[in-house]
Design a protein around this ligand. Structure first.
Ligand SMILES: Cc1cc2nc3c(=O)[nH]c(=O)nc-3n(C[C@H](O)[C@H](O)[C@H](O)COP(=O)(O)OP(=O)(O)OC[C@H]3O[C@@H](n4cnc5c(N)ncnc54)[C@H](O)[C@@H]3O)c2cc1C
Length: 380
């Protein structure tokens, strides 16, 4: 078995105790304790508190082993280059609706956890500023103005690798430590009575019965439920036949503390396939999936040397020198509906009492609060 490489955010995070016993029945079952599962537990406890003590969350790992503790921690509504590519695929209306949902999700995170440390550094899109992008940015800003909202995008000068260039800048985007957010979600749900069982892998979930593998138990255990949500994201096809979710591995490097000739914003490159930010004086850089697309379509959580070399080259360009080392490297797995970048469909009913919730792709830090809140509000 390959060693589990901790993400930068997971270092020092306490492992949860593996579950020893499970009940034979629960009213509500949530499978997967990533952002989607934890936000759902959180909203149930906040908005439908009578259900909190009747809710069980199970997670195969002792932290969470998918995307939520292994991402880049960008709280963002989106950036212009990515949105131009999405517009070509799905049209302006769907694109703008998604943008509004991401902004609303971002606002929810800040409103629900005002004490959560975030970096109000804004984001810069370092791809070339073209006429098509200016037109799209103006259109988004005009659509926001029609709703009485402030513009999202402006152009300004920013430094990149020692030279200045014009970028689209979004002032409301922020950096966040995703582990800190996840920890708060769990603590809040637990305080309201939601139970979490870690180290428990669902083998089958349907029709009111779940088959669960517990740590150190030879035989799986059956659990009856009244309603279940499968929130396992890229691992959906292990539980759902004909799942439309296509996995996409994302790899991330974090450097030693480094002086960089680049502005300290969240940074996007190559339509957002590559991204970087500065955390604790270090450079975090991720991406490369577009360069190695076929091999990155996997649920395997081990980073690869080819992507590491690609990201290392990118890191040198960003900071403008090579006087740093790579202190942390890891991979996480995203889930894309039919492999598409953008999706407004997050819920699929599998039977009368079982649904899947997923498809937040590379946008889940901002999208999951909203998707989960909509779901919690459906409860009586
Ligand atoms: C490298 C990378 C960078 C990213 N950067 C950003 C970013 O900056 N901003 C942003 O908005 N989004 C980003 N994302 C996307 C974001 O992290 C995801 O959209 C979001 O975390 C998805 O949350 P989730 O709960 O749906 O899935 P996950 O976090 O994957 O949670 C699923 C959980 O289910 C568990 N599980 C799986 N199978 C089973 C089973 N059979 N039984 C029990 N448990 C099971 C897994 O262990 C996992 O903990 C990034 C993703 C990656 C991989």
């Amino acid at each position: 078995m390959t060693a589990r490489l901790a993400s930068y955010w997971e270092i020092g995070a306490p492992l949860q105790q593996p579950a020893r016993d499970l009940p034979r029945q629960t009213d509500l079952l949530i499978v997967g304790a990533g952002f989607l599962g934890c936000w759902l537990a959180y909203w149930i406890s906040r908005l439908k508190p009578a259900w909190a003590q009747r809710t069980l969350v199970i997670e195969r790992d002792l932290i969470g082993y998918g995307a939520s503790t292994r991402n880049a921690g960008f709280l963002t509504g989106g950036h212009v280059s990515e949105m131009l590519a999405d517009e070509a695929e799905c049209g302006f209306d769907a694109l703008f609706a998604q943008f509004l949902r991401r902004r609303a999700g971002l606002a929810l995170v800040l409103a629900e956890f005002p004490d959560l440390p975030t970096d109000p550094c804004g984001s810069a899109d370092y791809d070339e500023v073209t006429e098509a992008k200016r037109t799209l940015a103006r259109r988004v800003n005009a659509a926001l103005a029609a709703r009485g909202e402030a513009p999202a995008f402006e152009t300004k000068r920013a430094r990149f690798g020692g030279t200045e260039r014009e970028v689209f800048f979004s002032a409301s985007d922020r950096g966040v430590n995703p582990m800190q957010l996840l920890t708060r979600l769990r603590a809040s749900a637990r305080a309201a009575g939601v139970k979490f069982a870690f180290g428990v892998r669902a083998q089958a979930v349907s029709g009111g019965r779940a088959t669960l593998a517990l740590p150190d138990r030879a035989e799986p255990q059956e659990l009856a439920y009244d309603r279940a949500w499968i929130c396992v994201n890229a691992f959906d096809s292990e539980l759902v036949s004909r799942s439309p979710i296509v996995p996409g591995r994302g790899q991330v490097l974090v450097s030693s503390p480094v002086k960089a000739a680049t502005s300290h914003h969240l940074g996007f490159l190559h339509d957002g396939y590559d991204y970087f930010k500065f955390v604790d004086g270090r450079l975090l850089v991720g991406g490369g999936r577009h360069r190695f697309r076929a091999r990155e379509q996997t649920t395997e959580l081990t980073p690869t040397d080819e992507v590491r070399q690609y990201l290392l080259g990118l890191a040198r360009t960003i900071v403008g020198h090579d006087r740093f080392s790579i202190d942390h490297a890891w991979a996480g797995i995203m889930g894309f509906p039919q492999g598409r970048h953008i999706s407004t469909c997050h819920r699929t009913d599998l039977d009368e009492v079982t649904a899947t919730l997923n498809a937040c792709g590379g946008m889940g830090v901002a999208l999951t609060p909203l998707v989960a809140r909509d779901e919690a509000l459906r409860l009586p």
